[in-house]
Ligand binder design. Structure first.
Ligand SMILES: [Zn+2]
Length: 338
């Protein structure tokens, strides 16, 4: 079994729209640093129609292909845009996550990071939304099930609720899902009681503005770890959004680079304890290029069992918010022992 960490890189340089925050420039600071991590880049290819339609309605996939031919334009109010290359870009982004998934399942790598855009976690089975065209992580989780795994789990720490991933697996007993996100912002879903039929399997953790490193550590230890102990996934997928950093321009949470590192390290350790180390991180949001570069670096150091060597030393200037009662409320509602 290989002990290496691999990554795919899909920057989609022609998927961009004037004045839109989800732009290729998000990766400008990161890109020259990629060779400095102890990880091997692997080539990827586009997801197939069959792979994408395990999550999405065929009608949606065909409609995206058609509208892109006429691009550029806005296809959803978030706003979600397309260009003439976006269909191909979105297929390659999904393919980048599938490639990482297959390499890890085949034990040709220990773990992986799919650094791809456009992002995916807002895209629902029948709808592209929230800067997302196809749901990359959901397509990869389906690929893992098709490859023979019986249970997988997705942890979404992007600042926004992973509504698309939740929708994709609402009635899929083989996939667990937890999303920790800022409450009261886009897309408006992700309340504790969103999925009453799926207690302990679909768990939402709505957080107050400025929720910081300590709160995220508690969510990981006190909610996510017991979920894993109960659900017993064989592989973890992480929707890694770096917009939960305290100075992201479009959200108001409170993580620092050190907080991202500590949380990611815990997730890698949980994968090692319960999932034979199988874990794939997938880039979602993050709209300050420095935060993306620092956050991706922190994840690579967690994946390779390294110390945080490039600490940006960027603690949040805001006091963390005590989420004690919120965490208890969530555990109680799901019947997770406290
Ligand atoms: Zn986000």
């Amino acid at each position: 079994m290989s002990s290496k960490t691999v990554y795919t890189f899909v920057p989609s340089r022609t998927h961009e729209y004037p004045d839109h925050p989800e732009k290729p420039g998000r990766l400008d600071i990161l890109e020259p640093l990629l060779t400095s991590f102890d990880a091997e880049k692997i080539e990827t290819r586009q997801a197939t129609f069959e792979q994408v339609t395990r999550v999405h309605q065929p009608e949606l996939v065909r409609a995206i292909e058609e509208v892109c031919k006429e691009g550029p334009g806005i296809i959803d109010h978030a706003p979600t845009y397309i260009t003439q290359t976006s269909y191909q870009d979105a297929l390659l982004a999904a393919g980048g996550v599938i490639t990482c998934t297959r390499v890890v399942i085949n034990a040709d790598a220990k773990n992986a990071f799919a650094i791809v855009r456009p992002p995916g976690h807002h895209a629902e089975p029948d709808r592209a939304m929230g800067f997302c065209i196809f749901n990359n992580i959901a397509i990869a989780a389906r690929e893992a099930l098709e490859s023979g795994l019986q249970r997988v789990m997705v942890f979404d720490y992007d600042a926004h609720h992973g509504n698309g991933t939740q929708a994709a697996f609402l009635n899929e007993e083989r996939v667990g899902f937890i999303s920790a996100h800022q409450w009261g912002i886009y897309p408006g879903t992700g309340w504790i009681e969103d999925a009453p039929h799926a207690k302990k399997r679909i768990v939402n953790v709505p957080l107050q503005a400025h929720a910081g490193d300590e709160t995220y550590a508690r969510v990981t230890d006190e909610i996510f770890k017991p979920m894993v102990e109960s659900f017993r996934p064989q592989m973890l997928f992480i929707s890694a959004g770096f917009d939960a950093h305290w100075n992201d321009p479009i959200t108001s949470l409170g993580l620092s680079t050190r907080g991202y590192y500590n949380m990611s390290k815990k997730l890698v350790e949980i994968a090692e304890e319960y999932c034979e180390g199988r874990i794939v991180f997938v880039l979602e949001g993050g709209y300050d290029p420095h935060n993306v570069a620092n956050g991706v670096g922190a994840v690579f150091e967690a994946l390779t069992n390294s110390q945080l060597s490039k600490d940006a030393n960027d603690p949040s200037p805001y006091a963390d918010v005590d989420h004690e009662s919120r965490i208890h409320e969530i555990l109680k509602w799901h019947g997770i022992p406290q």
